[in-house]
Design a protein around this ligand. Structure first.
Ligand code: IMP
Length: 207
């Protein structure tokens, strides 16, 4: 079966693909395509109000072209900021007109540190959330969504060089490391994305 992963974020695609491939022992029956592979090059506007809505919006694009669509919407929810940046995680700095002259991830992390500057470490609890939507081709059945969450603490300074996004600030207590200090394989065992994919695996949609 052909599945199309509806994302343009290469690092995220790599993480999802590494885990998704473990679902399908017979790789000859399972083909994972990208949006580019089916000729979709434009950004998909994420106009939803929740992770679930945004994941469905993205997965519907390949589904409307006759493919099984898979998409995730993910982000960081910080308790002391009432769940911010949440669904705005990728664009946190830009929607706040904040530009420290860094990369998009760098600006987002810098803004987060500024917003939390008066919050002591024990109150800097947060979680990464990942919702994965699977949309059957041409609306033949309702989309399904699964959710994975991973708890952590937002540090006062970045640590580590692996991963992407908020990984250098996200301290994962059971490992005693930030996500950016874990290898890709280590992160894939515990991340919000892995937890959502485990739920998906149990549904046996991908065989
Ligand atoms: P999306 O592409 O709309 O789902 O945006 C997700 C955004 O949330 C990313 O651009 C990152 O800023 C953040 N994010 C999601 N998952 C992770 C992760 O595993 N590590 C670090 N940041 C993440």
């Amino acid at each position: 079966m052909d599945f199309v992963l509806a994302s343009h974020n290469r690092r995220k695609i790599a993480e999802l693909e590494a885990i998704l491939r473990t679902f399908a022992p017979d790789q000859t029956k399972f083909r994972l395509l990208s949006l580019e592979d089916i000729g979709v090059t434009e950004e998909i506007a994420e106009g939803g109000a929740t992770f679930e809505e945004n994941a469905i919006i993205k997965a519907s694009v390949p589904a409307s072209r006759g493919y099984w669509g898979i998409a995730d919407d993910s982000g960081l929810c910080v308790d002391a900021l009432d769940g911010e940046p949440g669904i705005w995680s990728a664009r946190y700095a830009s929607i706040n007109n904040f530009d420290a002259g860094l990369s998009a991830d760098g600006n987002n992390n810098m803004l987060l540190l500024q917003k939390l500057k008066d919050v002591p470490l024990e109150q800097r609890t947060a979680k990464f959330v990942c919702v994965i939507a699977v949309c059957p081709p041409l609306g033949k059945a309702d989309p399904i969504t699964v959710r994975g969450e991973c708890p952590g603490i937002i540090l006062e300074a970045p640590r580590g060089t692996e991963g992407f996004g908020y990984d250098p600030l996200f301290y994962y207590e059971p490992a005693g490391k930030t996500f950016a200090e874990l290898t890709a394989d280590e992160k894939n065992e515990v991340s919000h994305r892995a937890r959502a994919l485990t739920e998906l695996k149990e549904m046996k949609i991908i065989k």
